[in-house]
Design a protein around this ligand. Structure first.
Ligand code: V47
Ligand code: SF4
Length: 380
């Protein structure tokens, strides 16, 4: 609801008019939204955009996460998941372990598998090609969303080949989409302090650009709530917006609140609920060309994720089944949600739940009330 007097009293009438008219927001607009004392006003603007794009629909997916290994050469300070090879807690799944996770009864109805790991020093690209081919063989209809831009660049470096060549081999083996991890914040200042060994922000964007050029769609994330400033968050969003203008390849953006337990960041604290909701809303408002904003319940908590549906988010991710990266850093959410739990959360928030596939198309299931037909929305 556009309430001119409300926005006027907050000094945001020009931003409200831009949102109403579909005009792109500047970084300074973004800073003013972060400074606004009323999270509800910022949320209402984002809700306007979300409703214009998706109506009353909120998406979820039946999916399963698999981490093939946590052995990683990068040692990012914010990461409680990774281990050096041979260290206590280091793991690496066999192909049988991975296929077993996809044949267990809990995974029977999933339409997507989300596979990521650390930057493993020794695993050759052939291991990942076999993994994808075997998954394709046993579950031919599953969409395989796998390997962050950071892993893809690591495979290319290890094989002494190009990112394009790696992506082509993985695509031939069954890779369809890249998940959005590894982006953190692109700021070189923050990366120097928190993840100096990791692929740079420019490098992350270059891998996404190459994937999009090859027809591989991808997601994007932002890890927030550690050392970064609001300006650095907004610059991160702007870099994604610019690449999206160029390629149109991003499907979804996922703000990831930093989970501080067992990390190497001193005096780290969890984000607050208001920062989480404002960040969802500012993301929706700044990213005027990325269609979907995901409230990832694993890291936001289920309650904040549900509330985020009124602050610009239109997707809840999905069933997940098993999660390590957030939980090893203290995430308090459960490991899994069922379809009926997801639908209840969405309905209770006043929205219409829509089971989607990995490309955000509604899934029609013969055993369910028919999913709503795909409607074309004029934005993003
Ligand atoms: O790549 C690492 C981040 C990412 C912490 O694409 C942390 O649909 C919070 O990318 N606290 C993994 N975050 C999660 C991810 C993701 C999740 C769900 C859906 C999708 C998608 C992507 O989590 C990592 C890293 O950027 N991360 N440590 C931490 N302590
Ligand atoms: Fe490795 Fe990713 Fe953890 Fe960094 S965030 S240490 S790259 S697993």
């Amino acid at each position: 609801m556009f309430e001119p007097k409300w926005y006027q009293s907050l000094g945001l009438e020009d931003i409200a008019a831009k949102v109403r008219d579909g005009v792109r927001l500047s970084l300074e607009d973004g800073e003013r939204l972060y400074r606004c004392p009323s999270p509800l006003a910022v949320g209402a603007l984002a809700h306007q955009v979300r409703t214009r794009c998706h109506g009353n629909r909120t998406f979820y997916v039946l999916n399963r996460h698999i981490n093939y290994s946590n052995i990683c050469v990068n040692g990012c300070l914010f990461c409680a998941f990774s281990r050096e090879a041979g260290a206590p807690g280091a793991f690496q799944l066999s192909l049988e372990d991975i296929l077993g996770k996809l044949t267990e009864p809990e995974a029977a109805a999933i339409t997507e598998v989300h596979i990521v790991g650390g930057c493993h020093p020794d695993l050759p690209l052939a291991y990942f090609e076999t993994m994808l081919r075997e998954i394709r063989r046993i579950r031919p209809h599953l969409v395989i969303k796998a390997f962050t831009a950071v892993e893809i660049q690591h495979f290319a470096d290890r094989e002494k080949t190009s990112v394009g060549a790696v992506l082509a081999r993985l695509q031939a083996a069954g890779l369809e989409l890249l998940p959005g991890g590894g982006a953190e914040v692109f700021s070189p200042r923050v990366r120097r302090l928190l993840c100096p060994n990791k692929l740079s922000g420019a490098g992350w964007l270059a891998v996404a650009r190459e994937a999009h050029r090859m027809g591989i769609r991808s997601n994007a994330t932002m890890l927030y709530g550690h050392l970064e400033s609001h300006r650095e968050r907004l610059e991160h969003l702007d870099a994604l917006r610019c690449l999206q203008d160029e390629t149109g390849g991003f499907l979804c953006f996922i703000p990831l609140p930093f989970q501080p337990d067992h990390t190497l960041i001193e005096n780290a604290r969890a984000t607050t609920g208001v920062d989480d909701l404002k960040t969802i809303a500012v993301s929706r408002l700044m990213l005027d060309n990325i269609p979907h904003i995901k409230a990832y319940w694993v890291m936001l908590t289920v309650k904040v994720a549900q509330t985020a549906l009124h602050f610009g988010a239109d997707d809840l991710d999905g069933t997940v089944i098993e999660e390590k990266i957030g939980h090893m850093a203290g995430a308090e959410s459960d490991q899994a949600l069922t379809r009926s739990q997801l639908e209840r959360l969405i309905r209770d928030a006043g929205f219409e739940p829509v089971e989607r596939d990995s490309y955000f198309q509604p899934v029609a299931r013969p055993d369910q009330t028919e999913a709503a037909p795909a409607r074309h929305h004029p934005c993003p």
